[in-house]
Design a protein around this ligand. Structure first.
Ligand code: GAR
Length: 227
């Protein structure tokens, strides 16, 4: 169990997934190694077949499916989801490939303690098919952004971004795979900062160590070059 190496200050994470859960895995691994001062209290999915649930089970983490198709409204699903999350008393709620739009009421309940990762250089390309849209637009760069979640879809303030060059040979799949590799680096980084009490959102502004950061967030690639 990962709990044995966590300190008494360890944060409690609840992670929401809809799919394969490779970002989830990077966070499970970060907690298990002690890099992130937290334990994963639960993994929850709206998709009973999500690979992320199996990853959680393999790691001995409580995992629960709550199928949105069995609810008659978005509000009733979000209400049940919120009650389930709160039963695990999380310090931080993490969306890791969670592909449901959340109601403003849900998001407001977790404001400042809910994060998402999005596969674009926000504010470019909120929503779906980000890599296809970047290639079709002739962009030279793509990337991923970790941000605090606010009621505006993919609109909350950025914490950290990784930039990836788009090569002329790239297609949607090759670009997605390159970006995903960086997602697995930047998401554990952002979660680590939060769990070390270094990262907050105040009045829609992200601060690290009490200093406001730029609108794009910390640029991960520059961190990598300077270290
Ligand atoms: C990731 O690329 C993540 O950025 C994206 O879904 C993928 C999940 O992969 N999220 C969104 O598009 C949210 N709007 P994973 O299940 O292997 O972590």
């Amino acid at each position: 169990m990962t709990d044995s190496i966590q300190s008494s200050t360890a944060k409690r994470l609840v992670i929401l997934v809809s799919g394969g859960g490779s970002n989830l895995q990077s966070l499970i691994d970060g907690c298990a190694s002690g890099e992130i001062n937290a334990s994963v209290s639960a993994v929850i999915s709206n998709n009973p077949d999500a690979g992320g649930l199996a990853r959680a089970a393999k790691a001995g983490i409580p995992n629960v499916a709550i199928d949105h198709r069995t609810f008659d409204s978005r509000e009733s699903f979000d209400q049940a989801l919120s009650e389930l999350i709160d039963s695990f008393s999380p310090d931080l709620v993490i969306l890791a490939g969670f592909m449901r739009i959340l109601t403003a009421q849900f998001v407001t309940h977790y404001l400042g303690r809910i994060m998402n990762i999005h596969p674009s250089l926000l504010p470019a390309y909120p929503g779906l098919h980000t890599h296809r849209r970047a290639i079709e637009a002739g962009d030279q760069q793509a990337g991923a952004t970790v941000h605090f979640v606010t009621p505006e879809l993919d609109g909350g303030p950025s914490i950290i971004q990784a930039q990836v060059e788009i090569d002329s040979s790239d297609n949607e799949d090759s670009l997605a795979s390159k970006v995903l590799g960086f997602e697995h680096k930047i998401y554990p980084e952002a979660v680590k900062w939060f769990c070390d009490n270094r990262l907050v959102m105040e009045n829609n502004q992200v601060k690290i160590d009490n200093s406001p950061i730029s609108e794009s967030g910390i640029i991960y690639n520059l961190i990598e070059r300077s270290s």
